[in-house]
Design a protein around this ligand. Structure first.
Ligand code: FDA
Length: 280
């Protein structure tokens, strides 16, 4: 049996783009949106970066009408660590196809050695494209400035806690402090002009955002909740039934191990899900 089927199928839609699109269609039927991600990161070979770029363009074209053409990409797989020019060229191609197909591209945020470069490439792309958004990580010490700048530029931001292991000199380590930062940035983004994407499974943060939305009487079009495929599916349905927008991050592809490993490291319950899957 394919190892993906055994270990990771709870968190990864499959190995082929068609597998991800099928999940997207199933979600769409329940009123839930998707963002598709072809797994892969840290590409150091120009041809591989080219292949990753082509795959993202093909994915945008593959998503059928009726399902939003919304993808998430990691710029480290588009040549970011080879050269800035190559990465800009590759991501621009993807954004051109997104424009052609009415799609949207979210630039995932990776480890801290890529933060500055991701933000500056994003800002350059933003001068020519409105169909691109960024991710900011609540745990980084630099994020207050990044949130402020994103609000000033009216960027579309996904806020998450941050998934990479970072040193104390760069990132908050204590979960309560990270939550406090997350709450604060959520409010700033909700007050800002562009739709805010609140990406967390943490119920205390979801509840806090819901309370703020109710207090400020914000329309549902001003924000969306985002969660990862396989995590808290019952909560997706509840949020949609209550009139909120919900988007699921749907990863697929053969390079699933680093993504899968981060999910296991984040939360020990995820290991039990995998083990249970093994014996069911
Ligand atoms: P966390 O794992 O910290 O859990 C906190 C609490 O949430 C738990 O104690 C529990 O109460 C509740 N909870 C969590 N999982 C649950 C479950 N399965 N069932 C019930 N309760 C549960 N990171 C990054 O660095 N760059 C990026 O670009 C992205 N992109 C991204 C997109 C999307 C859509 C999401 C949801 C997340 C990301 N992330 C990310 C990952 C993010 O930074 C973070 O690592 C994970 O979301 C884990 O943090 P949480 O806030 O979700 O809860």
């Amino acid at each position: 049996m394919n190892p993906l089927t055994i270990f990771a199928s709870r968190f990864v839609a499959g190995e082929r783009p068609q597998d991800a699109v099928r999940v997207g269609e199933r979600l769409q039927a329940k009123g839930i949106k998707a963002t598709f991600d072809k797994l892969g990161e840290d590409v150091l070979d120009q041809h591989a970066a080219q292949r990753a770029t082509t795959a993202s363009c093909e994915l945008l074209r593959l998503v059928p009408a009726g399902v939003e053409r919304n993808i998430s990409i990691k710029m480290s797989s588009m040549g970011q660590q080879i050269s800035r020019e190559l990465c800009l060229e590759n991501v621009s191609k993807i954004l051109d196809v997104a424009r052609e197909t009415g799609g949207f591209v979210r630039l995932d945020m990776e480890g801290s050695k890529l933060t500055e470069s991701t933000i500056t490439i994003f800002q350059e792309l933003r001068q020519r494209h409105d169909n691109v958004g960024i991710v900011l990580q609540a745990y980084l010490h630099r994020t207050p400035d990044d949130v402020k700048e994103a609000l000033r530029r009216k960027d579309r931001v996904r806020l998450c806690k941050g998934a990479y292991k970072e040193p104390a000199s760069l990132a908050w380590q204590d979960m309560d402090q990270i939550r406090e930062r997350f709450r604060h940035y959520t409010r700033l983004l909700l007050d800002g002009g562009r739709p805010a994407a609140i990406a967390t499974h943490d119920e205390s943060l979801v509840k806090d955002a819901l309370a703020y939305v109710a207090e400020r009487q914000l329309e549902a079009s001003r924000y969306e909740f985002q969660m990862l495929y396989g995590l808290r599916p019952r909560r997706w349905d509840e949020l949609v039934a209550a009139g909120h927008r919900m988007r699921i991050y749907v990863p697929y592809g053969t390079h699933w191990f680093p993504y899968f490993y981060r999910r296991l490291r984040e939360r020990k319950e995820n290991i039990f899900f995998v083990l249970r899957g093994l014996f069911e």
